[in-house]
Design a binder for this molecule. Structure first.
Ligand SMILES: Nc1nc2c(ncn2[C@@H]2O[C@H](COP(=O)(O)OP(=O)(O)OP(=O)(O)O)[C@@H](O)[C@H]2O)c(=O)[nH]1
Length: 406
């Protein structure tokens, strides 16, 4: 699906730059207009635009009339203009324009694209607004929907908690302090005690004159705090900047914990987080693709990489709930709560699934060998070493087999 972006700009050079920038992503389709009349015609044909980038001073509409035309159709609007006028800027933001950007340098154009890309990401971000006043709740909801967030509402702290527990996809909570049943401050404290909510972005709100409340909120784990009434531009800035910080943290965590090719956990994560799972009664197994060097030699490394990715997907789908890591090149480690016959059945089923299909567009057939350390060891490291030894036995026994050892 392509998102149509309306671009209204009378300068052919700027129009060309914007066409290039918007069109760089396959997901966006720039629809170009050089004047108000053209924009009016395009909107009359089909006004299903994802966002718009407009110049304020058009030859046939010199006073920003195009903004009213677009906002009247509820299309998110970013103004890109040649002149900076603070009063005009405020009046446009009050009308509901997302941003007012001056054409100072190429960074201005990049900023516009950053806003457009943000809108695309926001569609998949669920935000819960916990606020007992329906008027304030609606106001915050409208502000969030201007940025295309997916908004969920709760009218007290208890309802907010229930909704957060029921829906793990909620990424951000915007919570008032004074609410019935559970207040905002207690809600934040309860959430932060639970590791499940450690990545939830929380912004506290309050109308109270209590100056220490913002610090209390932040000390209890909120990411930020806003005192009501707030200016909507500040609200948007804080929402976006807190979200971006969280996204950056998630990226850093992924870089540290995941194997870049297969997106499985890496060896470091396996030993850091897997020990606890193993000590709860887990079983360790090592799986290794057979004759993988031949795959690379015959089909090339690109196909080899694709095969590793597909094999990893199958492994993930087959052992949900287990911890799966890429241990080395074509070697994988599984820590699972399954044991005995249940584990045997799953592993033999997995071997069958691998054997009975081919991988990648080159349709490569492949098998794998497995070593399983069935008896409990004192550490995960010992269990993995033994599983590796049984894997070696499986390779020596002719491959495409499983060796279960003590
Ligand atoms: N394409 C690709 N190949 C990799 C990657 N990591 C390791 N390899 C290759 O995996 C192959 C492993 O070869 P060997 O250790 O000889 O093992 P094998 O050919 O699978 O033979 P057996 O394990 O004894 O059945 C080597 O050719 C490595 O270059 C990777 O990320 N991508």
């Amino acid at each position: 699906m392509q998102y149509r972006i309306l671009v209204v700009e009378d300068s052919p050079v700027v129009l060309k730059v914007l066409k290039h920038l918007v069109g760089q992503s396959q997901e966006f389709l720039p629809v170009l207009c050089s004047c108000y009349k053209e924009a009016e015609e395009k909107l009359a044909e089909d006004d299903d635009f994802f966002a718009s980038i407009v110049d304020l001073n058009l030859p046939d509409a010199e006073n920003g009339e195009v903004v009213d035309l677009i906002l009247g159709r509820k299309i998110p609007c970013i103004v890109l203009t040649g002149n900076f006028d603070d009063n005009l800027r405020i009046s446009l933001l009050n009308k509901g324009v997302l941003d007012y950007v001056t054409k100072e340098s190429r960074y201005s154009f990049n900023h516009v694209m950053k806003v457009v890309n943000r809108l695309k990401k926001n569609q998949n971000i669920k935000v819960l607004v916990a606020e007992d006043s329906s008027t304030s709740r609606l106001f915050i909801k409208i502000l969030l929907e201007q940025y295309r967030f997916n908004v969920i509402e709760a009218s007290d702290g208890q309802e907010a908690l229930a909704k957060l527990e029921a829906d793990s996809e909620i990424k951000m909570l915007i919570t008032d302090h004074n609410m019935p049943l559970v207040n905002g401050y207690d809600l934040v404290r309860m959430l932060r005690r639970n590791v499940r909510f450690q990545d939830l972005v929380i912004i506290g709100l309050s109308a109270e004159g209590d100056t220490s409340l913002s610090a209390k909120f932040i000390k209890s784990g909120a990411n930020d705090f806003l005192k009501k009434p707030f200016y909507h531009e500040e609200f948007h800035c804080r929402v976006i900047s807190n979200l971006e910080s969280q996204e950056m943290l998630a990226t850093i965590r992924d870089l540290a914990n995941l194997d870049p090719l297969t997106k499985l956990y890496n060896r470091r994560y396996l030993f850091e987080e897997g020990e606890a799972l193993y000590q709860k009664g887990g079983v360790a197994a090592i799986l290794d693709l057979d004759f993988f060097k031949k795959v690379n030699d015959t089909y090339g490394h690109f196909v080899g990489d694709e095969l590793l990715k597909e094999f990893s997907e199958l492994l993930k789908a087959s052992f949900q709930g287990g911890l799966i890591a890429r241990f080395g090149g074509e070697e994988f480690c599984l820590i699972t709560e399954l044991s005995g016959d249940a584990l045997k059945e799953k592993l033999y089923q997995f071997m069958d699934d691998v054997r009975s299909r081919s991988f990648t567009q080159a349709e490569v057939p492949v098998t794998c060998s497995v070593g399983v350390c069935s008896e409990s060891q004192s550490t995960l490291g010992e269990a993995v070493n033994l599983a590796d030894k049984y894997l070696y036995d499986a390779k020596n026994a002719g491959r495409d087999t499983i060796v279960f050892g003590a």
